[in-house]
Ligand binder design. Structure first.
Ligand code: GDD
Ligand code: MN
Length: 399
């Protein structure tokens, strides 16, 4: 990734942090890195910095790091406005916006050496005056994570445009909380993009963010032990338009699946469920091919490929999204197809047996054979998954 950072920043230089912390004296809040992701926010960043200046007390050691994927002049506008700020302001401009909003935040987290990280949007939907309050609440309660929530008394989602977006946001919250009851206990607004987290509670290497829901990612993968919340009123955008699209919704579902399948047991269940859905394209293709006049055994072989392809695509996007890099996709699909077709060797004689010996119709015989070989394949997968392996290199989410 090619990136561009100005001014030469000092966030992960321990020497640079030490004097500020030492000089903080009466400060109880610790130092703060404010991470602000920006994508074409040139009309907002000036006002944002102005309000931050008014909100951050002198005794709170703070630096602002914009992680920018803009194609407009946002970095230049920030640079100009930064001159008036009493705290350091830097911009990390990314040429390739990996992981979108979430990826940008993680880039910022990796560079932060402060006690606290605060993540907020650049469009003033997150009130800047709450920044000291979030950190203060964390210090007061000993929490590792303090979330600004729209769903607490005193909070509201006033600025969420339209009943459609409100319903989507509410549905997404229920879905996430239903899938992660433990990781999200005590967090009423896991979709919030405004929160403070202790740097010591973040394991940046464990993060594989996808899209908008960075708080969800942090809460599930890092499991901050103590959580607190502060109510906030989600404001109208100061200027410009939301960058969230329908595609973001799809990414959210993929993200949920990736988070949920991080444990081997959950992955196995997911593997089984995906395998089950694969029966549908398999049977549909079989119906099409036999009705087109193909001999049924030849049709079985071809139809199986439809199921294999379907399973491969789902398993790739939902289960092993983060384990794809070490092999080329052609290599992966080749291996996958080889394994998946291996049970055809068993299935075809089984189907021939059901049809020839027991007089079953082709479709029910195939369905029965699919179930039989699926159970066998599942048992084989289980044996392979639980075969003793070396110590795991990559930490996965604890369940
Ligand atoms: N670096 C970077 N890269 N920043 C991005 C990107 C990206 O690809 N996409 C969006 N941003 C920045 C925007 O510039 C803005 O500062 C912030 O991320 C939020 O983007 P919006 O487009 O304003 O999002 P939203 O208002 O629809 O969603 C916000 O509210 C949701 C709750 O309803 C975000 O805070 C979400 O995280 C939050 O879930
Ligand atoms: Mn916004």
């Amino acid at each position: 990734m090619s990136e561009d950072l100005w001014p030469p920043h000092t966030l992960d230089d321990p020497e640079a942090d030490a004097p500020r912390s030492a000089a903080s004296g009466s400060v109880t809040a610790g130092s703060v890195t404010l991470i602000i992701p920006t994508y074409n926010e040139s009309a907002n960043v000036g006002e944002l910095l102005r309000r931050l200046r008014a909100s951050i007390p002198d005794e709170l050691p703070c630096e602002v790091l914009f992680v920018d994927d803009s194609t407009d002049d946002t970095p230049a506008v920030i640079e100009k406005a930064a001159g008036d700020c009493p705290f350091p302001v830097s911009v990390l401009h990314r040429e390739s916006p990996d992981g979108g909003l979430g990826g940008a935040v993680v880039e910022g987290v990796k560079r932060a050496g402060s006690d606290w990280i605060v993540v907020m949007d650049a469009d003033l939907q997150h009130p800047p005056h709450l920044v000291p309050e979030l950190v203060g609440e964390g210090e007061r309660t000993g929490a590792d994570l303090v979330v600004a929530s729209r769903y607490l008394p005193g909070g509201s989602r006033a600025g969420l445009a339209g009943s459609y977006r409100v319903a989507v946001s509410r549905g997404a919250t229920w879905l996430a909380k239903g899938l992660f009851p433990r990781a999200l206990r005590g967090i009423s607004d896991p979709m919030s993009g405004f929160f403070a987290m202790r740097r010591s509670a973040v394991t940046a290497d464990a993060l594989k963010p996808l899209g908008y829901k960075i708080l969800l990612e942090l809460a599930v993968r890092c499991r901050p032990q103590r959580r607190a919340e502060v109510p906030f009123v989600f404001q109208d955008r100061f200027a410009g338009e939301s960058k969230s699209t329908a595609r973001e919704g799809l990414r959210f579902l993929t993200h949920l699946a990736a988070l949920r399948s991080a444990s081997p047991l959950a992955r196995m269940v997911g593997f089984g469920l995906i395998g089950l859905t694969g029966f549908v394209p398999n049977l549909v293709a079989l119906w099409l091919l036999t009705h087109a006049g193909m001999q049924y055994l030849a049709a079985e072989v071809l139809a199986n490929q439809a199921g294999v392809l379907w399973n491969f695509l789902l398993i790739e996007t939902l289960l092993f999204r983060d384990r794809r890099r070490h092999r080329h996709w052609a290599d992966r699909i080749g291996r996958f197809a080889l394994l998946a077709n291996a049970d055809l060797l068993l299935r075809i004689p089984l189907i021939a047996l059901f049809v020839g010996r027991f007089g079953l119709e082709v479709l029910p015989a195939t369905a029965l054979a699919l179930v039989t070989t699926f159970v066998l394949r599942f048992a084989a997968t289980e044996a392979l998954v639980y075969l003793p392996r070396g110590p795991r290199a990559v930490p996965t989410a604890r369940s």
